[in-house]
Design a protein around this ligand. Sequence first.
Ligand code: NAP
Length: 412
Amino acid sequence: MDAMASPPEGNSLARQHLIDPEICIRCNTCEATCPIGAITHDARNYVVKFDVCNDCGACIPPCPTGAIDNWRVVPKGSAYPIEEQFEWESLPVPQAFDVSDTAALPEEVERQTAEARRGEGGLVRAPASAATPAVNLYTVSNPIQAKVTGNFRLTEAGASADVRHLVLDFGGNHFPVLEGQTIGILPPGRDVQGKSHFIRLYSVASPREGERPGYNNLALTVKRVTEDHEGRPVGGVASNYLCDLNLGDTVQVTGPYGSAFLMPNHPGSSLLMVCTGTGSAPMRAMTERRRRRIAMKEGGELMLFFGARAPAELPYFGPLKKLPTSFIDINLAFSRDPQTPRHYVQDLIRERQEKVARLLQDPDCYVYVCGLKAMEAGVLEAFQHCCERAGVEWPALRRTLLEAGRLHIETY
Ligand code: NAP
């Protein structure tokens, strides 16, 4: 072990909050959440201003990847300036008196950190019965190679979106994943600044034993990005790269990531799933896990709210329709289907308020929300509506859900 360095005289140690550029997917959640403007970004990196950040922790729970959950201990006068952070491709190596050496930190800072990590509703935690995930086995500097063994279009020919089911095979290499975890894809090439592209994260769409049991593979659900959130034309670097891959091509993969958005494993546990578009990937993984175990009669209910523009745009529409209603209660919300009234998932949640309220209160039911950032507030309001109609106080129940690892939200 390295000898501990002392900070320069008169220059006490401080914790510096940093964002890991290797894992960050640039979703802007942290910057949007920070109440005091301590987080900013350039075309490449999201960074934290040392002189503004007060360690309040508001940004920690919403970060989908955990990139936000990084600190370094630095002499107060030598904190990393944002100009330096903008240039990083990975976090700096901890100094000898760094974060692992919490004894070097004043107790108060530790207390504040623990408090900060609690966020608004408790530490984001996995269900108690979830399997233990492997995380960060492969990094940007040490990725694993996978071979493309499947790439087919999920959306119908006339649909506006090109959503693909991509199967990656890891051959003889170990790449264990659990339903709900994500993996990183390293697109080849360089950005306009001449730097290598940063990783993009995708949820695993297949269950833990693989897309096909006995094969060391997994599937992703990838939508070809052709416009940004404001509708301006852009060519998504990673999505276009992935959608255009041919069978036999190789891909550089990092991860797996995620240790909270995981499914319960105990018999009798139920899943309440809400998703839009490609946010269906983890729901497919969890549903498929349960489908493969139907014969075991483990009990528990599955209820799914799934939003898409129209049936032709809904990933996995065909297979979903074939699942028996005794296995899963499926509620499809179409927003631009000429055949049905315009619906969002939150509208259908309200329509099914009695069952939703029952499941939200069931200590064995686990709730997953994944997809567009825009739907998050609407879905939570719909949960509140269901609870109010059932005479249940939603803020208290939401806190209970979070503390029990029963509410998981991944929206971008
Ligand atoms: P999309 O096709 O743009 O939208 C799906 C549906 O959501 C549409 O019917 C849309 O309606 C509706 N919608 C729009 N605003 C809404 C709101 N405020 N409340 C409720 N519903 C709303 O979806 P997408 O492009 O596939 O996007 C899926 C999201 O999931 C992306 O943000 C992606 O990053 C994220 N995600 C992807 C993965 C993955 O592995 N690929 C994993 C996790 C999350 P209208 O457009 O008609 O208004």
